[in-house]
Design a binder for this molecule. Structure first.
Ligand SMILES: [Zn+2]
Length: 56
């Protein structure tokens, strides 16, 4: 399963056990990306800004 980095457009391979809310690093641009569910599949969005709410 792959999703597209919203920052640089590179395809990113998602772990098979990926869950919405998980954070991944883009290996191309080093952006921190949050996984979210969209229409039954997974997509990525920039995690900047939500990191402050990531209490742990
Ligand atoms: Zn990227």
């Amino acid at each position: 399963m792959e999703a597209i980095c919203p920052v640089c457009g590179s395809p990113i391979r998602l772990p098979e056990d990926v869950i919405p809310g998980e954070l991944l690093d883009c290996s191309s641009c080093n952006a921190v990306l949050e996984v979210f569910e969209e229409g039954g599949s997974y997509a990525l969005r920039e995690a900047q800004g939500i990191l402050e709410d990531w209490g742990e």
